[in-house]
Design a protein around this ligand. Structure first.
Ligand code: GTP
Ligand code: MG
Length: 367
């Protein structure tokens, strides 16, 4: 049996097995095995050059946003409205055939927005250059799922991203795996587990090659989320839905569409008429979670007019990288004033985590 056949057989077995207390162990093991086979298949495809040529996108700005949506939902129209870019717009599907970057400046932040070819069902299996599009989305910091008022099946987009190992609006599972050389596996849950038992957790870990050690489980985990941790290559990104072309429907119709999408954050807009774009810019900015850091040259006043924009939770080292790529190499120490400092002017190293509004002096070697 080829790997594809094995995956298919397991998939079918999972589908026909009802999930309950008696079968959860069996299903958990099947899922772990299937995920491992898929991983193996991916590695093989990459080795044989089956990954196809990717899109080369040069990252720029403080963060990158990807526009992911079905063909003709207005991604290019939106890019043209909110950035300096010009991307072709037309009334037929697959107008955009490559990735078009644009730059949006908002509240001092430079945000790169990527317009992409439309994504369709089957994209993760390579349909419509889907693999290339999905691989670009992996390097984004925020995903905008774009639909229009007539085709609102966001779930299809979410599923394709899920199959490409992208997890939206989720945190990695709170599980700590400490491997050992012998002694078997011990699973220690710190909360009550509702959908999986410790034996299943141990078996899933074994399937992924973790035979000895301790697994501390600090949330009510599912088999899928545990597999995500074991696989280690999942990407966790914030995301929201943009609902375009609201100019074409009545307010009542819009309400029914929004009800269909409930449970998700939705922004209704008309990209063509420029409606709803200010709230959209604001939401993009807020979702990316920036903070400001002020630089103070040694022995001089801090420059409070021109803050440095970095992502929330950035370290001193990451700020160095944002200033110039050589600074980290010459870094000696830094002094910090503000929220993250235990006392004003505290001396810190590259791994120190900064907070909004901190003032920073970087002391580097002369050469
Ligand atoms: N009425 C209306 N039409 C829009 C709006 N936004 C885009 N369109 C139209 O929808 C069609 C498709 O727009 P595009 O911006 O090319 O869509 P796209 O998502 O980039 O499409 P692909 O590149 O093929 O994936 C064009 O005819 C646009 O003029 C809108 O807000 N309202
Ligand atoms: Mg387009």
């Amino acid at each position: 049996m080829t790997i594809e056949d094995q995956i298919k057989a397991i998939e079918e077995e999972i589908l026909k097995t009802p999930y309950n207390k008696n079968t959860q162990h069996h299903i958990g093991k099947l899922k772990a095995k299937m995920a491992r086979l898929k991983e193996e298949l991916q590695v093989r495809q990459l080795k044989s050059g089956g990954g196809g040529p990717g899109y080369a996108v040069k990252k720029s700005g403080h963060a990158t946003v990807g526009l992911v949506g079905f063909p003709s939902t207005g991604k290019s129209t939106l890019l043209n409205q909110i950035t300096d870019a010009v991307s072709e717009v037309a009334a037929y599907a697959f107008t955009t055939v490559t990735v078009i970057p644009g730059l949006m400046e908002y509240r001092g932040a430079k945000i790169q927005v990527l317009d992409m070819p439309g994504l369709i069902h089957g994209a993760s299996r390579g349909k419509g250059r889907g693999r290339e599009v999905l691989s670009v989305t992996r390097s984004c910091d925020l995903i905008i799922l774009m639909v229009d008022v007539f085709e609102t099946n966001v779930q299809v987009l979410e599923e394709e991203l899920y199959l490409a190992n992208i997890r939206l609006n989720q945190k990695p599972a709170d599980v700590v795996i400490s491997k050992a050389n012998r002694g078997g596996l011990t699973v220690n849950p710190t909360v009550k587990l509702k959908s999986i038992d410790v034996e299943t957790i141990a078996d899933i870990c074994r399937e992924w090659g973790v035979l000895n050690g301790t697994i501390v489980v600090r949330e009510d985990i599912t088999a899928d989320r545990l597999i995500d941790v074991l696989a280690g290559n999942r990407i966790y990104l914030p995301s929201f839905v943009v609902l375009n072309k609201i100019d074409l429907v009545t307010p009542d119709y819009l309400k029914t569409v929004e009800a269909r999408l409930k449970g998700r954050k939705i922004l209704p807009i008309s990209a063509m008429n420029g409606v709803g774009l200010d709230p959209l810019r604001e939401d993009i900015y807020n979702s990316l979670r920036f903070m400001r850091v002020y630089l103070k040259p040694q022995g001089k006043e801090a420059d409070l007019r021109e803050p440095l924009i970095v992502r929330e939770g950035s370290s001193v080292g990451e700020v160095c990288d944002a200033i110039h790529r050589d600074i980290r190499k010459k870094f000696r120490y830094a002094n910090v004033w503000g929220e993250s400092a235990v006392f004003p002017g505290q001396k810190v190293g590259v791994s120190h985590t900064l907070r909004e509004g901190d003032v920073l002096t970087i002391v580097a070697r002369k050469q």
